[in-house]
Design a binder for this molecule. Sequence first.
Ligand code: RUQ
Ligand code: CUA
Length: 650
Amino acid sequence: MKIHNHLILTFGTALMLFSCGQQNQNSNGALSSSAAEKVYVAPGEQDEFYAFLSGGYSGNLTVYGLPSGRMFKEIPVFSQFPTSGYGYSEETVPMLNTSHGFVPWDDLHHPDISQTNGELDGRWIFVNGNNTPRVARVDLSTFETAEIIEVPNSAGNHSSSFITENTEYVVAGTRFSVPVPQRDMPINEYKGNFKGALTFISVDPEHGHMAIKFQLLMPGFNYDLSHPGRGKSHGWFFFTTYNTEEANSLLEVNASQNDKDFIAAINWKKIEEYVNNGGGTKMPAHYAHNVYDEHSHTGTSTMRKEVLTVDPTKVPGAVYFLPTPKSPHGCDVDPTGQYIIGNGKLSADLTVHSFDKMIAAIEGKKFDGEAYGIPILKFEDVLAGQVKSGGLGPLHTEFDGEGNAYTTFFISSEVVKWQLGTWEVLDRKPTYYSVGHLMIPGGNSRKPFGKYVVAMNKITKDRYLPTGPEMEHSAQLYDISGDKMELIYDFPTHGEPHYAAGCPAELLTTNSKKIYRLDENRHPYAVTTADGSKVIRDGNEVHVYMSTIRSHFTPDNIEGIKVGDKVYFHITNHEQDFDVPHGFAILGQNSSELLVMPGQTKTSVWEPNEVGVWPFYCTDFCSALHQEMQGYVRVSPANSNVELKWSLGE
Ligand code: RUQ
Ligand code: CUA
């Protein structure tokens, strides 16, 4: 009997190993017991880092703690989000306005935290919408979307939304080149006619407000990713390109013809000077600029009509091409600003360019021809070194601030640690599976916090219990404080993360807003006093000025509403205590409920189409008497003469 059991077990184990594939062999059960201690955040204790992971096609930004991998919040940016009413409430609908109308969805990529002197300052985080090109700014004191600006002349806003070291600019580079201005033309006339816009959006140092400063109209390549220069290379921005072949069909073959594409080096300080002196051409455009005001708790959308474009050949010394092998994807700059890494996704080696050598080559005017009037530097002249990684399919690189770099390899599913300057590979660890981005808190700044790296994977397969054909993506957390990376944790992420940004928790906890002050509420329909509630009819529009406090609505009985009315419930939450929202929902309401934060006003529209007495209630379990937090609206026929009245406690 015993022998029999043993056999079954062995057979089972063999099967498991077999089905999990080779890569899993050295990971399953291989974690040392101290790994658990490293990620364990005891009940009541808090994480050391915040991590903001892009949600990709979810349109949201998710907030995690590290090392625990606990998800704390999902911040809606390019989405409608029933949890809070974002994108449904009257105040937030304008945030999703574009030149194409209301676009309540986007593919959110590449979070980047604001910086001062090249170090994270924790004020804002910028993210980009890839599909209908937009850049958003999320306020890190409220964790709310504060501003969204659309990017004209752009398509597939992918080399975005990276910032310069004093947050002077947030950058939006087009992935797809398109006709500029857009026009009706044959697709196969792409070559030489389409343009790639690289947009520099200035950020007001005080309020964070964004404005397009200029758009550089580059040759019609694909601009994939970008990173700012820093330290010695501050003033420059680097963009990877692919499809320098300018193919318009079957790109998987036709855009892989050239042995080398380029990294475009842009001296934005030079261009800034050029436009400040009147350079550039104003071009008619049509794009939305949406700003959320924290005091009126309301977003407004303004259509902008003009954009300043710059022809790169008109600004001598501002733009150069650095030949870089094999359709580079990630474009990363080390903390000193000296090395620019091109992650040639069809290659095994990494190409590292030297900023000093680039400057020397430019000064020596050593060019290797030009592309559309833009000088091409000689590969050998700018090359700092090559990392013979032994991996396949490099995508992205981050830095630990200790002279090491970490690169993800999609095809060979691993993170490879290597040394800057010697280009020597120091360590490699598998990921599960097909890793895309990785993130070290502060990894895109002069001062990374090189304690952990998070690998964000594209394929999950057998990591977790199956949940049907689709699974949440998987992330792995590695401790990188020692010589060797140590895999310490696995956690699922939401949507598809394309990059993330992290910072020490203390950078944010000190500035985090606990409530909105009621005495600062400037919402035009706010009720800020206990007896200020009212209901006003204006034709068939009815405005309900309603307030909430534990545990009732004022008013909680409303009569005189008629079929065909458009009823606006403007709810002001009178609580001034941290973490006490109230919700609002009414039967038949076909948008979403509202979740109203302390001191805030939000509005929901309800168009009753049936007579009756319809209840509304609070959707957030706010007190022991939360279930009592309810009310009724009486709806009469369209032609009735039931008088409009409202009450509480009658
Ligand atoms: S991408 S997996 Cu959209 Cu940032 Cu490289
Ligand atoms: Cu307010 Cu439940």
